[in-house]
Design a protein around this ligand. Structure first.
Ligand SMILES: Nc1nc2c(ncn2[C@@H]2O[C@H](COP(=O)(O)OP(=O)(O)OP(=O)(O)O)[C@@H](O)[C@H]2O)c(=O)[nH]1
Length: 401
């Protein structure tokens, strides 16, 4: 019996041993089939534990400092340098300029105010003195009718006043001169169309040769930019070769674009394009500079009428500014009359008031046209164009002490 049990145990052990061998063989085969096929050229056998490495681990080691950077062709990209932006000037605001520029005016003008004050301070105000007052006003280009009105008013008030202190006389003269210049006229340069129509405000600048149209257009552009408006300039003076360049230089200084045409081209077409492009780019104001023309040249005056009519295809022109050179005196009135007939002037710019004692032209030209002086030029500097203010103007004439 014992022998039988022993034989059974041996048989079980033998069976278990055979089964174990079969399983191991199968596993080995499965692993071999998953491994990639051996390369045709066998890699050098990895050193096995106990074999000698080719490089001795004992050899001196390099530190990280001694390892140079790989020598490659990839060079460092140069820093990106933005092209210098064109220098855009920030013009000074126009408000109160006449007060700031008063010295320019009084330098040449105070002969009028001082002369009047001296005359009115005389002990006896006889006929001869009043005639001198009249002459002083006429010499300053105030014009005949306004001069007579002013003398009348002064005579009346001086009589009522009786004894006169210099302060009283100054106040009285100031009062009457401001009245004469006109305190209540609308002197706004109308350029604001936003909220009413979907196009820029359009300003046409006209006048005879050399009065300062291009300069005024450039200076006005600066005033508008200073007020935060976007401006497009139209160089419709295609007659004078350098005029478009001159205008563009003004524009470039404040970042305003200039629309130009071919030299000698049709000014009406340039003016039309300027308004068209200004509208397309959503500009606030388009300022159109026109060629200087003698009011006596009918053909040129007709051409100016055409410029305005063509621009009006876009809508009404908001402002037509006549530029008059104050030093030309009474001749300016004749010009004003003819221009007004052709293009319906809405405002006057009196330039070169820094160079003449004939400030009375302000009164005369307003009377002549029934149109207010809106701007005055007081020098060749970029910001020497001032909104006209009657009070500041008269103060400059008569001085403040
Ligand atoms: N002193 C002084 N000079 C001025 C004033 N306004 C303009 N000028 C000068 O007058 C000259 C003529 O000015 P422009 O603007 O070229 O005149 P314009 O009317 O465009 O000339 P044309 O296109 O030939 O008709 C320039 O030398 C200006 O600097 C001013 O208010 N005071």
């Amino acid at each position: 019996m014992d022998i039988v049990i022993l034989a059974l145990v041996i048989a079980v052990v033998a069976l278990a041993a055979i089964a174990g061998l079969v399983v191991t063989g199968r596993r080995k085969k499965a692993v071999e089939s998953r491994e990639p096929a051996a390369p045709t050229t066998a890699p050098p056998a990895e050193p096995q534990i106990g074999e000698d490495a080719e490089t001795s681990v004992e050899e001196s080691r390099r530190t990280i400092d001694e390892v140079g950077l790989p020598d490659t062709d990839v060079r460092e990209a140069p820093p990106v340098v933005a092209p210098p932006a064109p220098e855009i000037e920030i013009p000074e605001p126009a408000a109160g300029r006449l007060v700031r520029l008063r010295a320019r005016l009084s330098r040449s003008q105070n002969s009028l105010g001082k002369g009047l004050l001296t005359l009115l301070s005389r002990e006896r105000l006889d006929e001869e003195t009043w005639e001198e007052v009249e002459d002083t006003l006429l010499t300053a280009d105030v014009g005949v009718a306004p001069t007579q009105e002013l003398v009348e008013a002064l005579r009346e008030r001086v009589k009522v006043l009786g004894t006169r202190t210099p302060e009283e006389l100054r106040a009285l003269l100031r009062d009457e001169l401001v009245k004469l210049v006109g305190e209540d006229l609308d002197r706004t340069v109308h350029t604001d169309t936003r909220g009413t129509v979907d196009r820029p405000g359009v300003v046409l600048v006209v006048g005879v040769n050399g009065t300062g149209k291009t300069t005024t257009t450039g200076k006005l552009g600066r005033v508008l930019v200073a007020d935060g408006k976007s401006v497009v300039l139209g160089a419709a003076d295609t007659f004078r070769a350098a005029a478009a360049d001159q205008l563009q230089t003004w524009g470039d200084r404040v970042g305003a674009r200039t629309v130009r045409g071919p030299e000698g081209g049709d000014p009406a077409s340039v003016a039309f394009d300027a308004v068209k492009e200004g509208t397309e780019e959503g500009a606030d104001v388009v300022l159109i500079d026109t060629a200087g023309r003698l009011h006596t040249k009918t053909g040129l005056m007709d051409e100016l009428g055409k410029v305005k009519r063509v621009v009006e295809k876009h809508g009404p022109v908001d402002e037509v500014l006549l530029v008059l050179d104050a030093t030309t005196g009474q001749n300016g009135l004749v010009q004003a009359r003819v221009f007004a007939e052709v293009v319906n002037i809405t405002g006057i710019v009196l330039t070169k008031l820094d160079g003449t004692a004939k400030g009375g032209i302000v009164v005369a030209v307003q009377r002549e046209l029934g149109v207010p002086v809106k701007l005055v030029g007081l020098g060749e500097g970029a910001d020497d164009l001032a909104p006209f203010e009657p009070g500041a103007f008269v103060d400059a004439l008569i001085g403040t002490e």
